[in-house]
Ligand binder design. Structure first.
Ligand SMILES: [Zn+2]
Length: 346
């Protein structure tokens, strides 16, 4: 894994020299607090043009780079190696783990691992979580997917060791990373309160499975996620139905999920205050961009960055970044941007 190039001082937004002092000596940075929101869209990579790639010909704007087209002006794009140089097809457990720890978790696990992290990989995600790291540095870090409260509290107790780990305990890398060292999951109450959203954005699938979730438009869900992000310095939101559609090799379903994701991301970018917020969209491995195979692919995955410091973040990734570099860069960005704004009160 290549080391993350440190952000040079002149790449950071704002100028500490422009800070002003207020009575009592507190420093009030002129740029204010900056929110870094990481959005994981599972299983989307850069594919070839033509019929197997459902992004090609779909009415997309934010996701246009996946169709070989330019995204909206201001969208910073990078190609990311999801294999980390390891043989085989990249998978979700290790891909997410790389993003949420900033480390080569494929090496930790001894290869690409599917589904949810278990064993040593799960422990590593808890120990090395970028969200826990952010919290240890005084930042507010959170995972904005809404869970049923009972499940959320159960996961938290097991990860904290307050309850024995059931034989078949499955928790995603995101939940492990989010609750590591004192973090808490958000619940459906937070979704109803407008600071979180369900994995399906609109609530339709969650409700179909008996979950009492708010029914929302993509725009309303984006508003809730952005509002939730602004309660944190570093926040995460995850979507995975794109990967399901890719495995199904179903063009109609694929286009539906592309439409759902595009509507959400477009609304999210519209909600983003480019003076204060940074949105970083990425993925864990390719899949949906090639419906000729039901498997994942070794395709590069995107970083699509928008808002405050998007160009600096993409530049900091270097010429050939991998998933771990992206995770480390997101943490570094949150630290660099949020820390000055959180000067102690007088
Ligand atoms: Zn995945």
């Amino acid at each position: 894994m290549r080391a993350l190039r440190a952000l040079a001082a002149d790449e950071l937004e704002g100028d500490p020299a422009g800070d002003r002092m207020v009575p009592g000596g507190a420093v009030v940075p002129r740029w204010g607090a900056v929110t870094t929101l990481l959005v994981l869209v599972d299983g989307i990579g850069f594919g070839r043009s033509g019929a197997p790639n459902p992004f090609d010909g779909a009415p997309v704007s934010v996701l246009a780079p996946l169709a070989g087209c330019e995204g909206p002006r201001g969208l910073e794009v990078a190609r990311v190696d999801a294999t980390l140089g390891h043989p085989g097809l990249p998978q979700s457990a290790t891909g997410h783990a790389c993003l949420y720890t900033g480390k080569d978790c494929v090496a930790v696990a001894g290869g690409h691992r599917t589904g949810f992290p278990v064993g040593a990989l799960a422990r590593f995600v808890v120990e090395q979580s970028i969200f826990a790291e952010a919290r240890a540095g005084g930042l507010r870090a959170g995972f904005l997917n809404a869970f049923p409260a009972e499940r959320a509290r159960h996961i938290e107790r097991v990860v904290r060791g307050e309850e024995p780990r059931p034989k078949h305990f499955y928790a995603s890398a995101s939940t492990l990373a989010a609750v590591a060292r004192g973090g808490a999951l958000l619940t459906l109450d937070d979704a109803f309160a407008g600071r979180a959203a369900t994995y399906d954005i609109t609530g339709e699938l969650a409700r179909a499975h008996g979950v009492v979730a708010p029914r929302r438009t993509a725009a309303a869900a984006a508003r809730a996620v952005m509002a939730g992000a602004r309660e944190h310095d570093l926040a995460l939101f995850e979507l995975f139905l794109t990967d399901k559609a890719g495995h199904a090799q179903d063009t109609t379903w694929a286009r539906h999920e592309i439409g759902r994701t595009e509507a959400f991301l477009a609304a999210l970018l519209a909600e983003c205050d480019v003076e204060r917020d940074l949105v970083v969209v990425t993925s864990d491995h390719g899949n949906l961009e090639d419906l000729s195979t039901r498997s994942h692919t070794r395709a590069d995955v995107p970083v699509l960055a928008w808002g405050r410091g998007a160009g600096a973040l993409v530049a900091s990734l270097g010429p050939r970044p991998d998933l771990a570099v992206v995770g480390a860069a997101v943490l570094a960005n949150a630290r660099a941007k949020a820390a000055p704004a959180r000067a102690p009160a007088p």
